[in-house]
Write a protein of this length. Structure first.
Length: 175
């Protein structure tokens, strides 16, 4: 068989790595340089773990891994293929690798939620300005070099920000 992936680090056709599926079982594996093919033949992977599993967590991971492995079908004499799952055509590109670095690090702002809200237009405009950090608070005045107070006027606290005067300020909470 042409499959040359390391069994204990990756499992062919099972998307998450074995290390992530069963981290406690991964610690028990002594020979981490075996291929998937070598370990799946005649249940070798089961025999190597049989005497080492001692906790209920390891048993749970073993059962979860067992179900995933049952779905694996290796085909002899077939060359492996690599598919880049972050593009529609399955081919790697530097652009897709760069974009995937930021996946999940921030969510896209959905402006339509503000404009579709059942509220007065002045409230919608205020929310829009707040989300884009355009309210002329002391921190924004300072960025522009305009005259401003060095501290929060109502409570003699730190420099005022849009977030503070809209949500965090005790005075704003009462109003």
């Amino acid at each position: 068989m042409m499959l040359m992936q390391c069994f204990s680090k990756k499992l062919y056709s099972v998307t998450p790595r074995v290390l992530h599926i069963a981290p406690h079982l991964f610690q028990l594996v002594s020979r981490k340089n075996r291929t998937v093919c070598q370990e799946l033949q005649n249940g070798n992977w089961i025999r190597s773990l049989r005497t080492r599993i001692t906790t209920s967590v390891q048993i749970q991971e073993f059962v979860a891994l067992w179900f995933r492995i049952q779905e694996v079908q290796l085909t002899p004499d077939v060359q492996d293929s690599i598919v880049w799952r972050w593009t529609a055509d399955g081919n790697y590109s530097t652009r897709s690798a760069y974009n995937i670095q930021f996946l999940g690090s921030h969510c896209k702002f959905q402006a339509d939620l503000i404009w579709k809200a059942r509220a007065e237009n002045k409230c919608k405009i205020h929310a829009w300005l707040l989300m884009h950090d355009k309210i002329l608070t002391a921190d924004n005045l300072q960025k522009r070099g305009w005259p401003h107070h060095e501290h929060y006027v109502l409570r003699n606290g730190p420099l005022e920000t849009g977030l503070h005067i809209s949500l965090l300020c005790p005075f704003a909470k009462v109003v």
